[in-house]
Design a binder for this molecule. Structure first.
Ligand code: ADP
Ligand code: MG
Length: 688
């Protein structure tokens, strides 16, 4: 008997379906019907009804993320105002997929379909299909431990194994049990919601469902057959010394030598994407392409890009154009961009790395795993045969790890522990992690939280500091900085600092052009360091918007700002993103009752506050001009982009450690060595 013939839900479900009328809607309906997942809708819904936990494995692009929530909606999983929640490891995916699904449903974004990510929420009371980041759902659990409004939670991209996904899996296990218990006890959930079971769906692009299935007590796993055309693989003969240059050459070789079809290039971050975008544009202006050949259109996609620009990647290129999409590994499995025929893969990815012994976390560019390389090449063969150019020799492929190590094993756990503590999980070592982080990493992170004043002597969340820190959607160290800044009367300065540090790069610093940039940005540079320099930039931009564009409309003032940014080597995208973040965290700070004051020109006060907050990141100069980080003993150098690169002060506070050939610290401020013992005695008095 076909599903739907039973029960009495079917007529209503039909009413919920869209009736497709316009040609655009007909086209979307056609596309939806042709996805590999379409024929198994009924079977999937049956499985969800039968199993409280279901694992769905399916090749990238088969339609899991966009279709399954709609199937569930049509099958009445949103009865009584309940919501279907879908988590994504990355905000770009949450935002772009939500937009796509709103289009598919023919509704306005934020109505039936919406997204919610840190610093950006499009949902409303009518939202029934809600895309969000895994980190955001963790925060929601702080406010409602039953996650009452959800009937189904889908943890998507579980194979990525981000630290938030891993913690979420453990948490959802508990929520599910708690919900079942509240039903048997006849309790109501938050806001008087009647208790109902919570369905969990774990979705993954990797074929290995075993880990998840075992973790959830041999949960049922279903596989969705994908569709994949052959992809020809090409390797370089020798290792490339400059992979960006190699990528650029390959882009033009494909463009000039291969039949139509879009190109997808995997890069490691915003800075790289923007510099390749610039190089392509430069080369396009400087070289004359053969008469009548296609034009080439670089299209970047990364998190800090405004969402309307992110959507450009999905729009088909106008006729006569070939798109070259410049993406980070979001395009690996999280989003599927139609029209890709050629993939260029330098074989690298930016990842977090953590040395628990030293308590140091850093960002580092590392080779991808084999499974990542396979996912990347697979992107070329979705709509027809394709080609993938790996910018490394074939024997290097054999040396790659099979799969990536889960993030929880290579990151600082302070943030996660703070959240778990706030959720009432006291025994962190005993928490049911899908994969346990090392004991050293847990202990080190507990120690850090203790030093920041978030935990009491007996490892309980402190009140109010620990509770306040858990409420802020920031790294614990930044949350603490805001709380302290309120006491130091420099919260306005710290809000700007945290916002500016939360974006990838405010200055355009083309490699080898640090000096030029330094000259151009001299007017902002503070002799005290980068933090105050960033504040100067922010304030100059706000001044400009307020003074020079008074009375003009928003579009015009944005244009003035963009021009000003360009003249000053400032990345207007990053600046815009920082302004958004600033607005949001200011709201949080006000809600928490923090005192919003400015220290005016008294930057001494602000620098002392930096020491009180970031004392774990202090470093002192050594005779050879390198620095020794005091907490870890690590030898580091000042990054050439810093305003203090030449000055080399005796003692610094820094915010970021990056590893390339050397270990560099970035975003630093000159401080007085004596302040360390004075302002952070909990750490430095002990050391003495
Ligand atoms: P999966 O989750 O299984 O990887 P998705 O549901 O993300 O698959 O994608 C299904 C299809 O929807 C793909 O063909 C993809 O190209 C298309 N798609 C997704 N987002 C968009 C978008 N914003 N614009 C156009 N097509 C999209
Ligand atoms: Mg998906």
């Amino acid at each position: 008997m076909p599903w739907g013939a039973r029960g009495n839900h079917q007529p209503k479900a039909n009413r919920n379906r869209q009736t497709y009328s316009s040609p655009w809607q007909q086209k979307i309906a056609q596309q939806r019907k042709s996805l590999p997942i379409a024929p198994v809708e009924k079977r999937l819904i049956q499985e969800v009804r039968k199993n409280d936990i279901l694992i769905i494995v399916g090749e990238t692009g088969s339609g899991k993320t966009t279709q399954i929530p709609q199937f569930l909606f049509d099958a009445e999983f949103c009865r009584d105002g309940k919501v279907i929640g879908i988590t994504q490891p990355r905000r770009v995916a949450a935002v772009t997929v939500a937009k796509r699904v709103a289009d598919e449903c023919g509704v306005e974004l934020g109505q039936k379909v919406g997204y919610s990510v840190r610093f950006d929420d499009s949902t409303s009371n009518s939202t029934r299909i809600k895309y969000m980041t895994d980190g955001l759902l963790l925060r929601e659990a702080l406010l409602d431990q039953y996650l009452s409004k959800y009937s189904v939670i889908i943890v998507d991209e579980a194979h990525e194994r981000t630290v938030h996904t891993d913690v979420l899996l453990g948490l959802l296990k508990r929520v599910q049990v708690a919900r079942s218990k509240s039903i048997s006890d006849g309790q109501n959930l938050k806001n008087g919601n009647k208790s109902s079971p919570l369905k969990l769906i774990i979705m993954s692009a990797s074929l290995d469902a075993r880990t998840f299935s075992e973790y959830f007590g041999d949960a049922k796993a279903v596989h969705i057959q994908g569709r994949q055309f052959p992809v020809d693989l090409f390797y370089t003969r020798f290792p490339e010394t400059d992979y960006l240059d190699a990528a650029l050459i390959t882009i033009f070789q494909v463009h000039l030598g291969e039949p139509p079809g879009d190109i997808l290039v995997f890069l490691t971050g915003q800075e790289e994407i923007e510099s390749v975008e610039r190089l392509i544009n430069e080369r396009l202006t400087n070289t004359k392409l053969p008469e009548g050949s296609q034009k080439l259109l670089p299209v970047p996609i990364f998190a800090a890009l405004p969402s309307e620009q992110q959507m450009r990647a999905f729009a088909p290129a106008s006729s006569g154009f070939r798109k070259v999409i410049l993406a980070t590994n979001i395009a690996e499995t999280s989003i599927t961009i139609p029209g890709i025929k050629y993939v260029i893969d330098p074989g690298l990815v930016k990842a977090r790395s953590y040395d628990p012994g030293k308590g140091m976390e850093s960002l580092i560019v590392v080779p991808t795993s084999k499974s990542q390389a396979l996912q990347r090449s697979g992107r070329a063969g979705r709509e027809g045969p394709g080609k993938c150019f790996r910018l490394y020799p074939e024997n290097e492929f054999e040396k790659l790890e099979d799969s990536t190590m889960p993030e929880i094993k290579r990151c600082n756990l302070a943030n996660v522990i703070l959240q778990l503590k706030a959720l009432g999980v006291d025994d962190i070592l005993g928490f049911d992690f899908i994969e346990k982080p090392s004991r050293t990493a847990i202990v080190k992170s507990l120690e850090q939280l203790f030093l920041l004043g978030a935990l009491t002597d007996d490892c309980q969340l402190s009140d109010p500091v620990g509770r306040q820190m858990a409420r802020l959607p920031l790294d614990p160290i930044y949350s603490k900085a805001l709380i302290l800044a309120s006491e130091y009367n420099c919260l306005e300065e710290m809000l700007i600092t945290v916002a500016m540090l939360s974006v990838e790069s405010i200055f355009y610093t083309p490699r080898d052009k640090y000096e030029e940039v330094r000259m151009a940005t001299k007017c902002f540079a503070s002799p005290e360091g980068d933090h105050i320099t960033l504040i100067n930039v922010y304030r100059a931009a706000i001044d400009l918007l307020e003074k020079r564009t008074m009375g003009t409309n928003k579009a015009k003032s944005e244009k003035v700002l963009r021009k000003w940014c360009k003249e000053n080597f400032i990345n207007s995208r990053s600046l815009r993103h920082a302004r958004d973040i600033h607005r949001q965290i200011k709201g949080h700070a006000q809600q928490m009752g923090l005192k919003l004051a400015s220290c005016g020109d008294d930057m001494l006060q602000f620098r002392r506050c930096l020491v009180a907050s970031f004392f774990l990141n202090a470093a002192v100069k050594q005779p050879d001009g390198t620095y020794r980080a005091l907490a870890s003993g690590e030898v580091v150098q000042i990054h050439p982009s810093s305003v203090l690169f030449r000055k080399k002060p005796e003692c610094i506070i820094f915010n970021e450690l990056i590893q390339t050939t050397n270990k560099y610290v970035r975003n630093l401020t000159r401080v007085d060595h004596l302040w360390l013992t004075e302002l952070a005695p909990q750490f430095y008095a002990m050391q003495n």
